[in-house]
Design a protein around this ligand. Structure first.
Ligand SMILES: [Fe+2]
Length: 361
């Protein structure tokens, strides 16, 4: 279809958009019949070399919370008992096992159990709890959790492995930091929490329907094809919490181009404290010999300061800081797919691709 699109794109816009069937993303609204989720909790990954991944995870800024046979639970310093579950791969290949979202209440969790295909199990993991899993096309999974015991989070001081003394930021006209010095040392960028992940999706329309008709995912920003305004190619979705603010996106879905044979996770992203943490963490990962993918830079949609790395299995994983938050007063916007950063290194040509295929094909 890409070739067809290239040929058609030479025609006047009204002709080419008449020929191509409408592929717009429908508007969605949250309502109480849908399962209300309050946040993203954790992700599951299987790694061919768990030992090597563990080295990476510690350099990335995770803390090992628990180990159970061939499964390691990594946490941040947020309320979730863990935010990344790393398992030894059974077939020697890397796999993404999906993201787990927290149900707002017991009642919402019961609603999730009633969705077709729900598989319920109790969690034998830090914090306990129960989980509903939905097997989706392309060997992808969606999980809903409830009843996990949350970690006690002390919010007065942000945990850090790099900041010795951090005062206020002095600006040209305001100098609130007087007689105090900013002092840092090298180390990993400690992770707070899981922020988002997303798929390049073969079954784009039906998967979008699954997520938005059963759960409170709503659009923040939708992107359409530069040459075809009737082909929407990506949506950044947030969890609608009404007046309460939530991250600009917890899940994004991208319409897979025709050459993509199987749905894959594009990246998962974890929050860190600030710009200094990002840069010191970047240096740390580089010094340890890990592969930088793209960053440090600043995204346009979502506004995050980003830094993408490749883990030893080929998965892209992001540190982000200073992301946008939205509520139900922010309308979804639709715009043309274009530049995705306002500053930062040049976007790598293969950024959109499934890099696990290169290492493990
Ligand atoms: Fe991201």
């Amino acid at each position: 279809m890409l070739n067809i699109l290239s040929v058609l794109s030479c025609l006047p816009r009204f002709v080419r958009e008449f020929i191509i069937p409408d592929m717009s993303i429908p508007d969605v609204k949250n309502d109480p019949s849908k399962v209300q989720l309050i946040r993203l909790s954790h992700v599951y990954f299987s790694h061919p070399n768990l030992k090597e991944f563990t080295k990476f995870a510690l350099d990335f800024g995770f803390v090992e919370a628990h180990r159970d046979n061939d499964t390691i639970y990594f946490r941040g310093y947020g309320k979730d008992p863990y935010c990344y579950v790393a398992m030894e791969s059974k077939d020697g290949k890397p796999h993404f096992g999906g993201g787990a979202f927290v149900a707002a209440s017991r009642e919402e969790f019961e609603k999730a159990k009633n969705i077709e295909g729900a598989l319920v199990k109790s969690l034998n993991a830090p914090g306990g709890g129960e989980m509903v899993t939905f097997a989706r096309p392309g060997d992808t999974f969606m999980h809903v959790v409830f009843g996990q015991e949350e970690r006690a989070v002390e919010t007065e001081h942000v945990p850090t492995a790099t900041h010795e003394n951090l005062g206020a930021f002095n600006t040209p006209f305001e100098k609130p930091r007087q007689g105090q010095f900013q002092r840092f040392h090298e180390g990993p960028a400690l992770v707070h929490k899981l922020g988002h992940f997303g798929y390049v999706c073969r079954d784009f329309d039906s998967e979008l329907e699954f997520y938005t008709s059963n759960f409170n995912f709503v659009h923040s920003d939708i992107l359409f094809h530069p040459k075809f305004s009737n082909i929407d190619v990506l949506t950044f979705m947030h969890l609608d919490l009404g007046k309460e603010y939530s991250d600009h996106h917890t899940l994004f879905l991208q319409r897979a181009p025709p050459e993509v044979k199987k749905t894959y996770v594009h990246h998962s992203s974890f929050e860190v404290a600030d710009f200094d943490t990002q840069l010191i963490g970047h240096e740390w990962l580089g010094k340890k010999g890990w592969k930088s993918v793209w960053g440090v830079g600043r995204h346009i949609l979502g506004s995050q300061i980003f830094d993408y790395w490749m883990d030893p299995s080929g998965f892209k994983i992001e540190h982000y800081a200073d992301g946008d938050i939205v509520n139900d007063e922010k309308e979804a916007r639709k715009e043309v797919a274009g530049a995705i950063s306002i500053w930062g290194p040049e976007l790598p040509k293969d950024f959109g691709e499934d890099s696990t295929l290169v290492a493990f094909s």
